[in-house]
Design a protein around this ligand. Structure first.
Ligand SMILES: [Zn+2]
Length: 182
């Protein structure tokens, strides 16, 4: 794998805690979505020319994640990871194991649409931005600085936590066999 050179750009973007950034092949939408849910800076387009995706990955210092051997072949000068499984849970676990990112997971800290970090939204400000049903039940709010979408912790969040726990079970024990879940 090519040595990563994305630290300087990360600091410019104020993402010191997330030096690892990804560009995800359009075939791997669910992996991309879940990397964003877990808080990782992830570029994804459902339709994109290979050359455009590779150019952006290179320019922004992103690691390419793909299951496409042709794309991998074209990405020779870009840090890349071949995704082995067809199952999204296992795909997410492979990425986290490969780059040792388990301690960097920050669930629901990023807008899934805009791929930017959410900002905390004080309860008082959330009141006029969500319906009363949500306002009464949610425990915390956050807002996307780009699209102004408001996010909250509620019933969906519990379902998400369950899924995150399922992924956490696939954390590889250090020194264990490469690529095997445990
Ligand atoms: Zn947004």
């Amino acid at each position: 794998m090519v040595q990563l050179k994305c630290l300087s750009l990360s600091s410019i973007l104020g993402e010191e805690n997330f030096p690892m950034k990804f560009a995800v092949d359009c075939m791997l939408g669910k992996l991309a979505k879940w990397l964003k849910i877990l808080g990782f800076n992830t570029l994804y387009f459902s339709i994109v020319e290979d050359s455009h995706l590779l150019a952006l990955a290179k320019k922004e210092g992103r690691v390419l994640l793909t299951r496409d051997n042709d794309l991998l072949e074209k990405a020779k000068d870009i840090p890349s990871l071949f995704i082995e499984s067809e199952d999204w849970n296992t795909q997410v676990a492979q990425v986290l194991n490969e780059f040792d990112l388990w301690q960097d997971i920050e669930p629901n800290s990023r807008c899934i649409e805009c791929n930017v970090k959410l900002k905390n939204l004080p309860r008082s400000r959330a009141k006029n931005l969500v319906v009363p049903f949500v306002y009464d039940r949610a425990t915390a709010f956050a807002i996307c600085p780009r699209c102004d979408r408001v996010f909250w912790q509620g019933t969906h969040y519990q379902d998400m936590e369950f899924k995150i726990e399922e992924i956490m079970k696939m954390k590889k024990i250090k020194g264990g066999k490469h690529g095997k879940s445990c």
